[in-house]
Design a protein around this ligand. Structure first.
Ligand SMILES: Cc1cc2nc3c(=O)[nH]c(=O)nc-3n(C[C@H](O)[C@H](O)[C@H](O)COP(=O)(O)O)c2cc1C
Length: 310
């Protein structure tokens, strides 16, 4: 049996396989090197870096929920200087693509980060975490058409590196936001960030999280994200990186069949530090069992069949 070809091309970005960590669930990879060979991954993705060092939100910041977790970490960051001297050299040295996730509180701040990283070299793509509130009107960039367009235009102006727009699911129409990102210069989409939720402690009769609301992630959100990826990939021409509840090879294959060109493993890393290599192995095994030589043959296969009425 020939070894399956797991490589994928996301526009100009070529990956040896379609699996990578979700930002914020893997730091920049160092801790996970104790568990598996990080060079196996298609790409490494850091916790979103901000321009200046920040502490993040006050605790409690995490609540376990059935099949998932709520978090309100609040984007703590060591800032871009530490990122350039400590994290980026580590990411670059890996034999996989280096995708740098950035987050800002204004379009200018995003633009500044993008410029610095463009000049730094060794960055294969930039992922824009648009789920941060902007300073002026406290609205989340990815839930506001005008703000999202502004950030994308500013970042596009500052770099020719591939730009990944990370979408928020907390919108009425995810396809509209995907189209907007395409129109304003994104090369790829990442779908999606966490879903806003909350938990209440019945003993204290108070919200559990310090910030009252937080982001729901993990297997609980997978079916909703799958539906979003299905809708986006049929409406928009850009490659989509799926993110939401992906924990193993079967989950990943579902998203590839739904049209995703790559997948991110997030909350699963906290439960099983081997979730990423196991996901890669699971995709490979699926291909060995079911036939296609190249993983690209399964991307979007479910909607092509569905369009054909089967
Ligand atoms: C603890 C935690 C921290 C996160 N930090 C970030 C972040 O810094 N930047 C970002 O774009 N997304 C962040 N996310 C969102 C994840 O990247 C991902 O979009 C989300 O968790 C859904 O995927 P999952 O269900 O596989 O975890 C974070 C999620 C969690 C649970």
């Amino acid at each position: 049996m020939n070894e399956p070809d797991l490589s994928v091309s996301l526009g100009r970005l070529r990956l040896k396989n379609p699996v990578m960590p979700a930002s914020g669930t893997f730091n920049f990879g160092k801790e996970y090197a104790e568990y598996f060979d990080l060079n196996q991954m298609g790409a490494v993705v850091n916790k979103s870096v901000m321009l200046q060092p920040r502490q993040g939100n006050a605790p409690p910041r995490i609540v376990e929920t059935p099949c998932g977790m709520l978090s309100s970490i609040g984007l703590p960051s060591q800032g871009i200087e530490e990122f350039l001297t400590v994290q980026l050299p580590f990411m670059r040295a890996l034999e996989c693509a280096a995708i740098v996730s950035v987050s800002g509180t204004s379009a200018e701040e995003f633009g500044e980060l993008v410029s610095v990283l463009d000049r730094a070299g060794g960055v294969d793509a930039l992922e824009l975490n648009l789920s941060c509130p902007n300073f002026v009107d406290k609205v989340i960039f990815a839930t506001d058409c005008g703000l999202m367009a502004e950030v994308l235009q500013e970042c596009r102006r500052r770099t020719s590196l591939p730009l990944i727009a990370k979408l928020s699911p907390n919108v009425t129409d995810i396809v509209q936001m995907a189209r907007l990102a395409e129109k304003h210069g994104a090369d790829m989409l990442c779908a999606v960030n966490t879903f806003t939720g909350m938990a209440i402690d019945v003993r204290t009769r108070r919200p559990v999280l310090g910030t009252v609301t937080g982001g729901l992630s993990g297997p609980a959100i997978k079916p909703i994200v799958l539906r979003m990826v299905w809708q986006i990939t049929q409406a928009v021409g850009l490659p989509v990186i799926a993110c939401g509840g992906i924990s193993n090879g079967t989950d990943a294959v579902e998203f590839l069949l739904a049209g995703a060109a790559a997948v991110q493993v997030g909350t699963a890393n906290f439960i099983n530090p081997l979730a990423i290599p196991e996901t890669i192995a699971g995709i490979r095994q699926y291909m060995l069992d079911s036939g296609p030589h190249s993983v690209t043959e399964i991307i979007g296969a479910a909607w092509r069949r569905s369009a054909a009425g089967r």
